[in-house]
Ligand binder design. Structure first.
Ligand code: MTE
Ligand code: MO
Length: 307
């Protein structure tokens, strides 16, 4: 499994952050040469994907030591300490509901032919901190098209693994397990929505949701469900963990919106992890800065009501 992933990516060796940076510089350099022969004024792409931000990614240390993953505990450091217990191979994902080809898909099968690429996205947690993370993964739409979405499907529901022996946070009644999330079908089919299988060119660290997790960059981080074992195509809006837990605080949509405050904290600005204690807060952007791509999904909706 391990080797296959790396082979799929075409990278043979282990890739610490410095190598990743060097490789990216090479890529930018190559693109720069091509641009010299190209149209005047063309920009050197800062990243491989048009959807990627050119903001500086957080360090691997920030990304893997400051986490929310309640299955492993409440503290930001708990997932890094406890997730090593998790067995991620073998792994299968049940795909069911309104699909042409339901079944239990082994991870290797799920990834077969998946157009894996790098996506450098901002992640904005509802707790008002943020990071920039260089994910690798593929568009969820690729998988949904492969399994065949039936006409009656209007939403996609996701579930995380339940395995209290390996997930110490699940032995208490912290949340109603499994952790559940959901998207409207058009949100799920949007090209920004990815299933991520790694970051910094490496397979996914366990604390970040190995072996496969959702990333929806224009929504608060809790929508980006980790360690997925079930994907269901359904007709009705599914129940989601944080909405069940505190419906007044967390809506189904949970689009990043600086104008709609959480009852316990303002959403107008955010703290970028890794900036140090005295770094100025950053203004939070509508749809986390992805409005040009996704605002159209919500045309005619009152986002203060449908939050
Ligand atoms: N299964 C599961 N998925 C989850 C969570 C969780 O507790 N359990 N936390 C969410 C929250 S609140 C955030 S902000 C992101 C954090 O992702 P990261 O730790 O990779 O930065 O994961 C989300 N996905
Ligand atoms: Mo979060």
């Amino acid at each position: 499994m391990r080797m296959r992933w790396k082979n799929d990516l075409g990278w043979s060796a282990v890739t610490p952050r410095q190598d990743w940076l060097n490789r990216r510089q090479l890529m930018a350099g190559a693109a720069g040469l091509a641009m010299l022969a190209g149209p005047a004024g063309a920009r050197i792409p800062a990243a491989a994907s048009a959807y990627s931000t050119d903001e500086a990614p957080n360090s691997l240390e920030d990304i893997t030591r400051y986490n929310n993953f309640y299955e492993f505990g409440l503290d930001k450091g708990d997932p890094a300490r406890n997730a090593r217990l998790l067995t991620t191979d073998p792994w299968s994902v049940q795909i069911d509901g309104l699909v042409d080809r339901p079944g239990s898909y082994d991870l290797a099968d799920l990834l077969k032919g998946a157009p894996i690429e790098e996506r450098i996205y901002r992640l904005r947690c509802v707790e008002a901190w943020s990071m920039v993370i260089p994910w690798i993964g593929f568009e969820l739409a690729h998988l949904l098209n492969r399994v065949g979405v039936q006409p009656g499907a209007r939403f996609v529901a996701f579930e995380t693994l339940v395995r209290p022996e390996e997930m110490p946070g699940q032995t208490g009644g912290l949340l109603d397990w499994p952790y559940r999330e959901g998207l409207r079908l058009d949100e799920a089919m949007h090209p920004l929505t990815i299933l991520a299988t790694g970051l910094y060119g490496e397979e996914m660290p366990k604390q970040n949701g190995a072996p496969i997790r959702l990333v929806v960059p224009w929504k608060y981080g809790f929508k980006s469900i980790k360690s997925i074992v079930r994907i269901s195509l359904v007709a009705d809006q599914p129940q989601t963990t944080w909405n069940m837990q505190a419906p007044r605080e967390y809506g189904f949509y949970s689009n990043v919106n600086p104008q709609v405050d959480h009852p316990r904290w303002s959403q107008a600005s955010e703290r970028r992890i890794g900036g140090g204690l005295f770094a100025p807060r950053i203004d939070t952007q509508m749809f986390n800065g992805y409005g040009e791509h996704v605002a159209g999904l919500y045309a005619g909706m009152d986002l203060a009501r449908d939050y």
